[in-house]
Design a binder for this molecule. Structure first.
Ligand code: CP
Length: 317
C-alpha cells in the first residue's frame, strides 16, 4: 500500500478488516517487519486516540516512532506555491515535507479543515502536497474531508460485534454540538460502510446533508426516529453544515441519542469516535450502559493502524 488516505486506497476492504482482527489476536507476531524502520507522526491539531494508537501500532511492528506537534513545535508552515515569504510563515511545505521524508520510512499526518472555504478544504491541498513532496508512503491521521483510520477501526468493530449471518442495519446519526465540527468522520464512515456488507441509513436535520460524493447510494432521512427503527448499530456524530459551509444551523434539540431512542432500535450497539460531549451528543446512560462500544472501538484503532502500517512495510521491505 503506497498511501492510505481513503477507502479508495484499499484493494480489498474485507481482507484488510480481517487482517486487523488477526493482528488483534497476535499483535507482536510481525515485530521483525518494522525493525530499523522509522514512523513519523505529524500533528497540526490535537489528538489522543490517533496519536497513541498509531504510535502503539508502529511499536507493535518493531518500528521506531517519532511524534511532532508541527503546529506548536515546528516553524510556521507556508503551503502556497509562488508566494514571497515576507509575512509570518517561516518554512515552505516543499522543504518541510521533503526533509521529513529523509528521516522517516512512513509518515502519518493530521491536518483539519479550516471550515471557512469549502472548495479549499475539499481540495485536500495540504495532504496532497505532502504526499507529493515527502517521497515516502503517507498515512492520513485525519485530513480536511476524511478520517480513514477511524473508519477502518469502525468497520473492524462492526465486523467483530455483528450477529452471525445477518446483514446489519447501520445508522449514522447527526448529534447536537456547541461548535462547528468537520465532516471528516461522517464522510469517511459513509464511504467505508458503502464498501461493507451492511445497510447504511444516514439521518440528520435539514441543512446538514453531507456532500453527495460521500453519501451517494445511501438513504438519507431527516426523521431520526424513522431512521433508527430496527437499527443494529447506531453511529453518533456531529458535523457542521456542508450546504452553508461550516455553519451551526440549529441547537439540535431532540437529536441526542438516549435510552428512549434506543428503544426504537434492534437493541443497537452505539458507537462514537470520541472525544464525545457527554449529555450533549450522547447521553451518559448510553455511554455508561451495556450498549456502548466506544471503548472497544477506540481499542480497535491500534489494530486498524497496524494493518495499514504492515501493508506499507511489506511494500518497502
Ligand atoms: N477519534 C479520534 O480521532 O480521536 P483523537 O482526535 O483523540 O485522535
Amino acid at each position: 500500500m503506497k498511501q492510505f488516505t481513503s477507502v479508495h486506497d484499499v484493494q480489498d476492504v474485507a481482507a484488510l478488516v480481517n487482517e486487523a482482527l488477526q493482528l488483534k489476536q497476535t499483535p507482536l507476531a510481525h515485530k521483525a517487519l518494522g525493525q530499523d524502520k522509522t514512523l513519523g507522526l505529524i500533528f497540526m491539531n490535537p489528538s489522543l486516540r490517533t496519536r497513541l494508537s498509531t504510535q502503539k501500532a508502529g511499536m507493535n511492528l518493531g518500528m521506531n516512532v517519532m511524534v511532532m506537534n508541527l503546529d506548536k513545535e515546528g516553524w510556521a508552515l507556508e503551503t502556497q506555491d509562488g508566494v514571497v515569504m515576507n509575512g509570518t510563515t517561516v518554512e515552505h511545505i516543499r522543504e518541510a515535507a521533503a526533509v521529513m521524508g529523509q528521516y522517516c520510512d512512513i509518515i502519518g499526518i493530521r491536518s483539519f479543515p479550516k471550515l471557512q472555504d469549502r472548495e479549499e478544504d475539499y481540495s485536500e491541498d495540504l495532504l496532497n502536497k505532502f504526499i507529493k513532496l515527502a517521497g515516502v508512503p503517507v498515512v492520513s491521521l485525519e485530513s480536511a474531508t476524511r478520517h480513514p483510520l477511524q473508519s477502518l477501526a469502525d468497520l473492524v468493530t462492526i465486523k467483530e460485534q455483528a450477529a452471525a449471518g445477518k446483514r446489519p442495519k447501520v445508522v449514522l446519526t447527526w448529534a447536537p454540538h456547541v461548535k462547528a465540527i468537520p465532516h471528516c468522520v461522517a464522510n469517511s464512515f459513509a464511504e467505508w460502510m458503502q464498501q461493507a456488507d451492511v445497510d447504511l441509513v444516514i439521518t440528520n436535520p435539514e441543512g446538514y446533508d453531507l456532500a453527495d460524493k460521500f453519501t451517494k447510494g445511501s438513504q438519507v432521512l431527516h426523521n431520526q426516529d424513522e431512521a433508527l427503527k430496527g437499527a443494529d448499530f447506531v453511529y453518533v456524530k456531529n458535523w457542521s453544515s456542508y450546504e452553508e459551509y461550516g455553519k451551526v444551523l440549529t441547537d439540535g434539540e431532540g437529536w441526542m441519542m438516549t435510552n428512549e431512542k434506543l428503544a426504537l432500535t434492534n437493541n443497537a450497539k452505539v458507537m462514537h469516535c470520541l472525544p464525545v460531549r457527554r449529555g450533549l451528543e450522547l447521553s451518559q446512560e448510553i455511554l455508561d450502559g451495556p450498549n456502548s462500544l466506544v471503548i472497544e472501538q477506540a481499542n480497535n484503532r491500534t489494530y486498524a493502524a497496524q494493518a495499514v502500517l504492515k501493508r506499507m512495510l511489506e511494500r518497502i521491505a
